[in-house]
Design a binder for this molecule. Sequence first.
Ligand code: CP3
Length: 357
Amino acid sequence: MSVKLINDRLLRALRRQPVDMTPVWIMRQAGRYLPEYRATRKQAGDFMTLCKTPELACKVTLQPLQRFNLDAAILFSDILTIPDAMGLGLRVVENQGPQFAHPVQSREDIQKLSAPDIDTDLRYVMDAVRLIKRELGNKAPLIGFAGSPWTIATYMIEGGSSKQFSRAKGMLYEQPALAHRLLEVLSQSIIDYLNGQIEAGVDVVMIFDSWGGILSHDAYKEFSLSYMEQIVDGLDTGDGENNVPVILFTKGGGLWVEAMAKSGCDALGVDWTVDIGAVRKRLGGRVALQGNLDTAVLYSDPMMIRKEVAKVLASYGEGSGHVFNLGHGIHPDIDPDNVAALVDAVHELSEPFHSGG
Ligand code: CP3
């Protein structure tokens, strides 16, 4: 936005402009590994009330920044707010994950779906963004996000989390036209949703394609990437110095980074299975990269964490264009002190990689 940020490392790295240190934030940084999050969730009563109460969503968004030297805040919400607003009825059950009261099971269920109205059905998300921006001031940028159409569709079809994705993947081969109809409605909804977040003030947007990696080579392009391309095209990101960078993240997408980078996005999130330096070379610096420490490193101790952070930094190498993160979301049983060690190690150990200006 127009306010100059005191800490603009994230935006500079996403634009591949020089930085003093590598910026770092953590996927799922506001979550159950923090006792203060668990207390606020208890106060809310349940997860969706936490998401739907802007004051509480704001509070948990800011909690990790009060504890750690993070270079960004991420809106506290969920990728499943869109299907909830479409009338599927989302509950997040303790230790069982998300569950829909009304999953989409038939042709009619899909045919009657329509894009939710962002200004009414999802107003609580935009209110949370406005409140967070006000509370955060110019201290750090705020990341907004949405799920990818394919990833959201898996939850809508399966009714919740899944191991085999039998119904969702089955639909791609049994009823491809119906799958496309669902992905089409979701893409339009996500464009409206992210444009709403941008209008409300987010500085960056990220698309989480958590389940793109379970698709075959052809199916990934047809059912996941092509819709993310439509979304990138449809976003009002502005241009020049004040644009809103877009990050695409397909978990398990290491084989497809060249195709993903052509979408028009500014950065790719990469998971822990790839060598980030090798990905940088494959892409020739066309986009920034975010990642990719194995989350399991956080089960060790500060010495080992420093060693593994140093490896990721060395693999990426000199210069800007790197946003440090985990390769996927943090787990609830990780010790917050190890997150502090990680964040400090990234800042300290990355300085020499930026000394050339
Ligand atoms: O990163 C952040 O701090 C911002 C908030 C955020 C949440 N979910 C909060 C949340 C973000 C960016 C997400 C994204 C999300 N949600 C994804 C994509 C990222 C990924 O992890 O692959 C997916 C697949 C979902 C769907 C979802 N929501 C699942 C699978 C779960 C259960 C997770 C679990 O650990 O039990 C949720 C609920 C959820 N969303 C929680 C949080 C903090 C845990 C809820 C709780 O019990 O308090």
